[in-house]
Design a protein around this ligand. Structure first.
Ligand code: ZN
Length: 239
């Protein structure tokens, strides 16, 4: 019961309070959504496309099943991207995921290598965390992208069996070790020979996605692509 109260307050907020920019708290004008025009124009793009080598690819060189990776925004500590994702994950503002998914999905439609993607799968949360938060922050983002690509979406094929803390305190090696073996696949036969787009919120070291690919990599003839809301620069990590 205790954890439901903030959700109720958040829901009430959106009815009772005027919409504010998630970046700078300015009142939004008619036609503005999520961000004011100024914050929207200042959003740092990750500059990843799926045609050429990009900064996200490098993190997955060790995974033979990963064909290409990309992200929409750059994640900078204290920046607008961090504020957006904070509102999405910790303040229940799921429309942020929907907005980013619509935006990124529209761009990914034009990536030739993504034509014919069969499945869009979100990186799963541990069921306990999923219950506590009430949603997976990648859900609406992934669903919108799946719609744009004409692919199927499922949050039941890739599963998380235990929680693995991948956050700031751990060094790179420990992140990879700790998350190994956390993920499993519910119906591997369904994904045999499939082209899969994995979606995540923020790529930091890539350890979480790498562990997902480890689990999916055992499926015959699978091809994996990765699309995230944001990519962290080399020395910045989200909280
Ligand atoms: Zn703003």
């Amino acid at each position: 019961m205790r954890c439901k109260i903030p959700k109720v307050l958040n829901a009430l907020d959106s009815f009772l309070l005027p919409a504010l920019c998630f970046g700078c708290n300015a009142h939004l004008y008619r036609g503005e959504h999520i961000l004011c025009v100024f914050c929207r124009n200042e959003l740092p793009l990750a500059d990843c496309n799926f045609e050429e080598e990009n900064p996200a690819d490098r993190l997955f060189y060790g995974q033979r099943v990963v064909i290409k990776a990309g992200a929409l925004l750059q994640f900078e500590a204290g920046g607008t991207t961090q504020k957006l994702i904070h509102h999405l994950k910790y303040r229940g503002q799921q429309q942020v995921g929907e907005w980013l998914g619509t935006w990124y999905g529209g761009l990914l439609q034009h990536e030739k290598v993504l034509a014919g993607i069969d499945w869009v799968l979100p990186v799963p949360l541990h069921p306990r965390k999923r219950r506590r938060r009430g949603f997976n922050q990648c859900d609406r983002f992934g669903r919108r992208i799946a719609t744009c690509l004409g692919a199927r979406y499922s949050d039941r094929l890739l599963l998380r069996s235990r929680s693995g803390q991948t956050q700031t305190a751990r060094d790179r090696w420990r992140r990879f070790e700790h998350i190994r073996g956390v993920f499993s696949v519910a119906e591997p036969g369904l994904l045999a020979g499939a082209r899969v787009l994995l979606v995540d919120d923020v790529i930091t070291t890539g350890a979480t996605l790498d562990a997902c690919c480890e689990a999916l990599g055992a499926i015959p003839e699978i091809q994996i692509y990765i699309a995230a809301m944001a990519l962290v620069g080399s020395r910045q990590f989200p909280n």
